[in-house]
Design a protein around this ligand. Structure first.
Ligand SMILES: Nc1ncnc2c1ncn2[C@@H]1O[C@H](COP(=O)(O)OP(=O)(O)OP(=O)(O)O)[C@@H](O)[C@H]1O
Ligand SMILES: [Mg+2]
Length: 285
């Protein structure tokens, strides 16, 4: 794929700065007590940065993603992208979920083009971008197939293509590879990094897999539950491009260990869930 895949007209500068300011979420529930899903978070993410959120189930990772893309309103504070508040359906931000959520009665190509169709922006550029992205993700030969004819990994690739087809500045990914075997996950990690390198999207990636977070990210945000909050933000000083064998290097393993220790300590202090949620780290989950 060439850099032109994402360039519609003049090459854009890197956009996608995210500012999360004092942003919290209290879910109000009729008939039962409210849930403090997330204590106030302050975090700025640079344009083109790759950030991962890790933490036990219930620590507010999905809640934070939903507030970044405008699908959920914040109880306090706000989130801006390039200094603008984001609204639900804002084309500058895309999200890919854990489940590919492809429409089973539409072909791969129709699924991929759907966001552009909904936004009334389906033009030649979008068609070209869709076809190029399908090619780089190995799906060209399957574009006229239906989702049930694809493997899980292929469906996940299609959902990533769909998230990129509108050329967003920010890509949010909520455990996109959690259901895949380790081999496919590693392949898709490298594919994702290649796409990200070719045209720097700002990526916020949620995972339970610490090794995956370290492999992909510039920084890893460590979170804890009850109430959900940010414990720490760790820089990942591992050179790029990342290669599979780096996972066996001492500095990489040291980073994984220190993140796991931080999560374990929050668990021991009684604030996080059982570390069983990380039992599958480095393996298919
Ligand atoms: N719509 C809702 N109404 C009430 N409580 C909610 C709602 N959505 C989430 N919660 C609660 O908010 C907290 C954070 O949930 P969230 O889904 O953000 O966690 P998570 O970190 O994404 O977890 P997981 O790793 O299991 O996906 C949890 O305690 C959850 O039960
Ligand atoms: Mg979640």
């Amino acid at each position: 794929m060439t850099a032109s895949v994402f360039a519609t007209g003049p090459v854009k500068g890197i956009c996608g700065r995210i500012d999360i300011r004092d942003t919290s979420k209290l879910y109000q529930r009729s008939g039962s007590s409210p849930v403090q899903a997330l204590l106030p978070v302050d975090l700025s993410i640079a344009p083109g940065e790759f950030i991962s959120l890790v933490g036990p189930s219930g620590c507010g990772k999905t809640t934070l993603l939903m507030m970044i893309c405008g699908l959920l309103s914040a109880t306090t504070g706000n989130v801006t992208v390039d200094n603008h508040p984001i609204y639900a359906g804002d084309p500058t931000v895309s999200i890919a979920f854990q489940k590919p959520t492809l429409l089973r009665w539409k072909t791969v190509l129709e699924n991929v083009l759907l966001p552009a169709r909904i936004m009334h922006s389906l033009d030649d550029d979008v068609h070209r971008r869709a076809n190029e992205l399908l090619a780089v993700t190995g799906l060209s030969a399957f574009k006229d197939r239906f989702p049930h004819e694809l493997s899980g990994g292929m469906q996940q690739r299609a959902s990533i293509v769909r998230a990129l087809v509108t050329d967003p500045n920010v890509l949010l990914m909520d455990e996109p590879f959690a259901a895949l075997d380790e081999f496919t996950r590693d392949l898709l990690n490298d594919e994702l990094l290649r796409l990200w390198t070719q045209r720097r999207k700002t990526v916020v990636f949620v995972t339970h897999n610490i090794s995956e977070a370290v492999y992909l990210s510039d920084r890893v945000v460590i979170m804890a539950p009850r109430p959900g909050r940010v414990l720490d933000v760790i820089n990942i000083p591992v050179s790029r491009p990342r290669r599979a064998e780096m996972r066996d290097e001492a500095n990489f393993m040291g980073l994984v260990r220190s993140i796991r220790t931080a999560l374990n300590e929050s668990s021991v202090s009684g604030t996080a869930g059982p570390m069983g949620v990380f039992a599958g780290e480095g393996q298919a989950q």
